[in-house]
Design a protein around this ligand. Structure first.
Ligand SMILES: [Zn+2]
Ligand SMILES: [Zn+2]
Length: 70
């Protein structure tokens, strides 16, 4: 009978949906306010003082719909 205390960790490890970096590797993971994807600063898109996972999310957040202008 082994009585060793097991590590039961139910906390889900967050990771960037683009490059896969985990919160163990960077503490700077963010959540997109638009689609709630997790992303790191390298993959994120900064717009209007907020961080989004992508430019289309930023556009959607501010302008409501995807304005397809480059
Ligand atoms: Zn990333
Ligand atoms: Zn997003």
């Amino acid at each position: 009978m082994s009585d060793s205390s097991r590590f039961v960790d139910h906390k889900e490890l967050l990771k960037c949906k683009f490059c896969g970096i985990t919160e163990e590797e960077t503490t700077l993971l963010q959540k997109c306010p638009m689609c709630f994807a997790i992303f790191c600063p390298n993959c994120g898109y900064s717009f209007g003082g907020r961080q989004f996972c992508s430019k289309s999310c930023a556009n959607y957040f501010y302008f409501g719909e995807g304005d397809e202008e480059e």
